[in-house]
Design a protein around this ligand. Structure first.
Ligand SMILES: [Ca+2]
Length: 404
């Protein structure tokens, strides 16, 4: 009997032990699942922290980049300032020397000799017309006795002119109208201009100085010249960067002034534009717009042309080019979705879909008026073998009208 009880007891215990072992097994599985979960949570957390650190590092890098750009700008500004100061100092030294001589002449010239007098007046004119002169003129000695050559009134005028010279900044001609205003008698040709007012960014410009008989006909800066000659052929199928910078050599055949310089000139004051064109068979045509502006590069050098006049019957800019951004074969901003107007015309322009005038296209090889060449829509297409596009400040000619 006791043996049976013992056997039952043994069985019971065995069952119990098995149950406990199963529980332990289940517990172990739970524990390891829990461990896995903790591990993955820690990993996720670590990844998240690392991502956040990377984000922060990127922000720091951006700030560093911005600081670097700012530093460069400040350095550039400082170097401009230094250049200006040097330039002013040398002008100052030069003008003081001239003025000292002049003053000496005024004091010494008590004989009233007419030859000496005209020499002196010439010298004064020379000093006054020198555009380099700036400030800090030597004007003490106000009690100096008036000479017999220059009367008191003339001496007073001279002093006033000298004082106004003191106020004037270093003269940098921005375009051909500045040169023309200074020297209306100068002949048409190449002049150094500073469209951006940066003394280090001089550029040669072809200036149409008009005719001697009419001062109002001059002061034009030629921004595009096309001539179908064997000696002047320049490739106009250029990149965005080249159209921005300009290409060709003013005065030598053909050239494009550059969108950057056009913007620099035309956003500071209103400009007018004029087109002179020669049709292969029909002769000369002219068109003018009283308002011409090229916006900045962030607007893709968008064009403003308003106030049309001329001996062509159609205003092609109004419907197809006014308000349009510039396009080149590598920067397509036109309205032709399936293709590139610039690529199919072979030159950059303010295309829409596509054009009523394209003055940077290839030259016509025959009088075929449907060929995509340099052309302007009048009554049918004009096909052009000679084009000049020029600008000057709006109403420039009115400056020469007598003051009432
Ligand atoms: Ca297109």
């Amino acid at each position: 009997m006791s043996k049976e009880i013992f056997k039952d007891l043994h069985l019971l215990m065995e069952t119990h032990v098995n149950k406990v072992q199963e529980d332990i097994g289940a517990l172990n599985t739970k524990i390891s699942a829990l461990e896995d979960k903790i591990d993955s949570t820690i990993t996720d957390f670590r990844l998240q922290i690392m991502e956040e650190i990377e984000d922060k590092l990127e922000i720091v890098k951006e700030i560093e980049d911005k600081l670097e750009v700012m530093e460069e700008t400040v350095e550039e500004e400082l170097s401009h300032l230094a250049w200006s100061m040097n330039s002013s100092s040398s002008s100052l030294a030069s003008i003081n020397t001239h003025l000292s001589h002049l003053e000496q002449r005024i004091v010494d010239d008590s004989t009233g000799d007419p030859d000496n007098c005209s020499l002196l007046v010439d010298k004064v004119s020379e000093v006054m017309n020198d555009p380099r002169f700036t400030n800090e003129l030597h004007t003490e000695n106000d009690s100096r006795p008036a000479s017999t050559c220059l009367d008191e009134e003339e001496v007073r005028e001279l002093k006033q002119a000298v004082a106004s010279l003191r106020e004037s900044p270093v003269f940098l001609p921005r375009d051909c109208s500045d040169h023309h205003w200074q020297h209306p008698e100068a002949p048409t040709g190449v002049f150094q201009t500073f469209p951006t007012m940066d003394p280090k960014a001089a550029r040669d410009s072809w200036c149409d100085m008009g005719t001697n008989s009419s001062k109002t006909s001059g002061g034009w800066t030629l921004i595009l010249r096309r001539r179908n000659t064997t000696w002047g052929l320049v490739d106009f199928n250029r990149t965005w960067a080249e159209y921005r910078r300009g290409f060709g050599t003013p005065g030598e055949g053909e050239w494009w002034f550059g969108l950057g310089a056009l913007h620099a000139l035309t956003y500071r004051q209103p400009y007018e534009v004029r087109f002179l064109m020669h049709d292969m068979e029909r002769g000369y045509f002219e068109a003018k717009y009283s308002n011409f502006r090229v916006e900045d590069e962030s607007s893709n050098f968008r064009l403003i042309t308003e106030g049309f006049s001329g001996n062509v019957s159609v205003d092609p800019f109004l419907t197809h080019h006014h308000g349009r951004p510039f396009s080149t074969w590598d920067r397509d901003n036109d309205e032709w979705i399936a293709g590139s107007c610039s690529a199919s015309n072979g030159g950059g322009w303010w295309y829409s879909r596509c054009h009523r005038t394209a003055l940077t296209a290839v030259f016509p090889t025959s009088p075929n008026r449907d060929f995509r060449s340099i052309r302007w829509l009048d009554k049918g297409w004009l096909i052009l073998d000679d084009v000049a596009m020029m600008i000057r400040p709006s109403g420039y000619a009115r400056r020469f009208e007598p003051q009432s």
